[in-house]
Ligand binder design. Structure first.
Ligand code: TYC
Length: 115
């Protein structure tokens, strides 16, 4: 024959001790998406077109045709958004482009701004 321990717990919620104000506090979770940042490529008169195409392929995952088209947009309009990323990723892309351009002695400029 088994023995069972019975634990009796008191629950005082059925006694009005005056602590229930009757005010319900809604705790709705706001799911805020992280802010996004545009990475911008700027035109200049000296950086070779092929070099810009190479950068777009290498750092922004675009194919050759997409890269050529986007390079021409920057060339004609002066600036274009080449990608939208989280702050950290955008910062990394800008650094990669700026470092690569500097190493090859091209004046290419890349910046980021909040979307
Ligand atoms: N304007 C440059 C040229 O004629 C090409 C160029 C395109 C440079 C895009 C920078 O972000 C740029 N050689």
């Amino acid at each position: 024959m088994s023995k069972h321990a019975v634990i009796l717990m008191s629950d005082d919620s059925d006694h009005d001790d005056g602590s229930d104000t009757g005010i319900l506090t809604e705790t709705r979770q706001k799911t805020k998406r992280p802010p996004l940042y545009k990475v911008l490529l700027l035109n200049d008169d000296y950086t070779p077109m092929e070099f810009v195409v190479h950068i777009l392929e290498r750092f922004f995952g675009l194919n050759h045709a997409q890269s050529f088209e986007l390079m021409l947009t920057v060339h004609k309009k002066g600036v274009a958004v080449v990608g939208v990323f989280s702050y950290e990723v955008a910062e990394t892309k800008v650094s990669q482009v700026m470092d690569f351009a500097r190493r090859h002695q091209h004046p290419l400029q890349c910046t980021m701004e909040k979307e």
